[in-house]
Design a protein around this ligand. Structure first.
Ligand code: XIL
Length: 377
């Protein structure tokens, strides 16, 4: 077995080495059909993508090869959130999630589950619960049914998403209001019982801010003290060209990892557009008005910004590589610029460029720079 693993690892590296030699900057678009970022970064961490429904079901025919080539971890962008997977008490929709597993298994990729407990995109019947016993029973049914169905097949779960506010306090979600902070330990206990093999994560945005970081650390310590199994912390990483700084990112990775958990970068994208003044973080409840001033690249991305994006991605991946022993996975929130949620958040109808592939699925300079961190070419 060990011999086989060494041999197959050697083979992958031979293919990767061949790809490096045969691919110069202007030929990135012509990478060998089956070699992608996932292969370059295989020794460090998984490379993932959030897939939308058309990608999961294979309707986005023009993207299916790219998805198979570049990523070895898939997250459903929306289809495993409660409003979709468990819209009413006795109704579960497993069709699309099941297809995600089929696609992943066909492509040899892992599946990351997003998300069991979240106050947003929450099914209405859960939002309306007021009685603690009913809430406990509902969370039990929800987690047992969903995590139980994919037990043994899923790699990891975002058990709880976005439970902490910017100031470090616990968010007053319906779960908190009805059960107090005990809902956190309960959720992790239920997930561990339903699937003892999956890695269990806490996931959130704006994870580099000091006050929020301290709040997350306090919360995770408490979950650990209560004896629950928590394997990792997910940093969503909806970042910008200039913020957060590399220092802030590095400090956060180190401080979270000091809790003895894995770090995953779970929803990476880099917003290149001006930030509306009243919005910070990735709270999907926030919105701002569309104007020309905050939508400057409707006709295309200026080369200077394309280059700034490439440098930003390069810097970030150098940092991730430096801390490869702490990082389990880096997932991009979307495949190409055209299907990124950042075209509609926090302002609807903008033209954004946050990912490594353009609207025609061609690798951007940023793709090459991320590759370059590994290949040195
Ligand atoms: C976003 C999706 O990308 C959008 O399609 C949807 O309309 C709203 O949610 N934090 C999360 C993700 O944890 O689930 C969110 O995804 C982005 C912010």
């Amino acid at each position: 077995m060990n011999w086989f693993r060494t041999q197959s690892h050697g083979l992958i590296w031979l293919i990767v080495a061949f790809a490096i030699i045969s691919c110069s900057e202007d030929k990135v678009g012509e990478l060998p059909a089956d070699v992608g970022l996932k292969d370059y970064y295989a020794p460090e961490f998984l490379i993932g993508a959030a897939l939308n429904r058309r990608q999961i079901t294979g309707e986005s025919t023009e993207q299916m090869d790219l998805i198979a080539r570049e990523y070895n971890s898939y997250t459903a962008e929306n289809d495993m959130k409660s409003m979709h997977i468990h819209p009413s008490r006795d109704e579960y929709n497993f069709d699309v999630p099941d297809k995600l597993f089929e696609l992943a298994e066909k492509n040899g990729a892992k599946v990351h589950g997003h998300t069991l407990i979240w106050h947003s995109q929450l099914s209405r019947f859960i939002r309306e619960i007021e009685d603690p016993d009913e809430m406990r029973q509902t969370l039990t049914d929800h987690i047992n049914t969903i995590a139980g169905r994919y037990a043994g097949r899923i790699d990891s779960w975002d058990v709880v998403n976005e439970a902490v506010e910017g100031d470090g306090s616990l968010r007053e979600s319906v779960f908190y209001k009805v059960l107090g902070e005990d809902y956190l330990t309960l959720a992790f206990d239920l997930a561990a019982a339903a699937d003892p093999t999956a890695d269990l994560y806490y996931n959130d945005y704006s994870m580099t801010g000091e006050a929020k970081r301290n709040g997350v650390i306090r919360m995770v310590k408490k979950i650990q003290e209560n004896g629950a199994k928590i394997d990792g912390i997910g940093m969503q990483a909806h970042w910008h060209l200039e913020t957060p700084t590399l220092e802030e990112i590095e400090t956060s990775i180190l401080e979270y990892a000091a809790l003895g958990v894995k770090i995953a970068i779970t929803e990476l994208d880099i917003d290149v557009l001006p930030n509306p003044r009243n919005v910070s973080g990735a709270d999907i409840g926030q919105r701002a008005e569309l104007s020309d001033e905050i939508n400057p690249y409707k006709e295309g991305l200026p080369e200077s910004v394309n280059e700034a994006l490439a440098r930003r991605y390069e810097d970030i991946f150098r940092l991730f590589k430096k801390h490869e022993d702490l990082i389990s996975r880096v997932t991009f929130w979307g495949v190409n610029d055209g299907n990124s949620w950042k075209n509609n958040f926090p302002v609807r109808g903008r033209t954004n460029y946050p990912l490594l592939f353009d609207r025609n699925n061609k690798p951007k300079k940023a793709y090459h720079q991320v590759l370059q961190v590994k290949s040195g070419v």
